[in-house]
Design a binder for this molecule. Structure first.
Ligand SMILES: [Zn+2]
Length: 255
């Protein structure tokens, strides 16, 4: 596949983010595709930010908004400034330009492969090292992160729009030989001192009952008030409260 490029890389190419003096770690691409039956892929070097350092790459992903699905638009702080359809992918420059990094070695047809860095994995490792970043990311992004953590634990996950506040509920389904369990999960990206109160827990319990789900799960970047904990404690098979410490453990367990 011929990839359209706007800027060539040399060993002293810097990150394209304004005023960033760091070396480029990744080449950046705009990627899009038509879902089956077309199965057509589009890929070109990112016009506004062809190269990026590790730190800005992580920031770019953490602050991205939108769904990485065919023909959708994802917004980023640094890449895809013209809001083209598609989303950003990264390839380490050492792989994209292996002929430069492996001087003297014979490189057979260094054609760009499209098995890019798995950004989910990279990003979650980054968050695991810097868990406090979870308190700064967009609440929508935090919902996606929680959904991904459940997905990684082997649950079937669905993010569905909640009508009133524009937030999303996460439905996680676990199937095994004994049966199927439905979890309705609510993610609360709160600052450290803003504890999740009993009204939120009671609200989720109501949703769980109305939806005929088996367990209501709250996941937060803060902790729970005493009232909330007391409300949930006799309902331990129906409610599961998970705080910042639990989240940090899940991030470390991420495979
Ligand atoms: Zn940078």
């Amino acid at each position: 596949m011929e990839i359209k490029k706007y800027q060539v890389f040399s060993p002293d190419t810097k990150c394209s983010v304004e005023n960033c003096e760091r070396n480029a770690d990744y080449e950046v691409y705009l990627y899009d595709y038509y879902a089956p039956p077309l199965n057509e892929e589009f890929i070109e070097q990112d016009y506004t930010c062809p190269f990026i350092c590790e730190i800005h790459m992580n920031e770019n992903e953490v602050k991205s908004l939108g769904e990485k699905k065919p023909r959708r638009i994802v917004t980023y702080p640094y890449t895809n400034q013209h809001m083209a359809q598609g989303y950003t992918k990264y390839l380490p420059v050492s792989e994209a330009y292996s002929e430069i990094f492996n001087e003297g070695l014979i490189v057979n047809n260094p054609q760009l492969r499209i098995d890019f860095t798995d950004i989910n994995k990279e990003l979650i490792r980054y968050i695991a090292r810097n868990p406090e970043i979870m308190r700064e990311i967009n609440p929508r992004k935090f919902e996606e992160l929680v959904a991904e953590l459940f997905n990684n634990k082997g649950y079937q996950v669905e993010l569905t729009p909640r009508t009133r506040d524009g937030g999303k509920d996460i439905y996680a389904i676990r199937k095994d030989s004994i049966g199927t369990t439905l979890y309705v999960v609510e993610a609360k990206r709160y600052s450290e001192n803003n504890k999740v109160g009993v009204e939120i827990v009671r609200g989720l319990y109501g949703v769980k009952s109305a939806e005929r789900a088996n367990v209501g799960v709250i996941v937060t970047t803060s902790s729970f008030t005493q009232d909330a904990i007391e409300f949930a404690s006799p309902l331990k098979y129906e409610l599961s409260l998970n705080d910042y410490t639990d989240l940090k453990k899940w991030l470390i367990e991420y495979k």
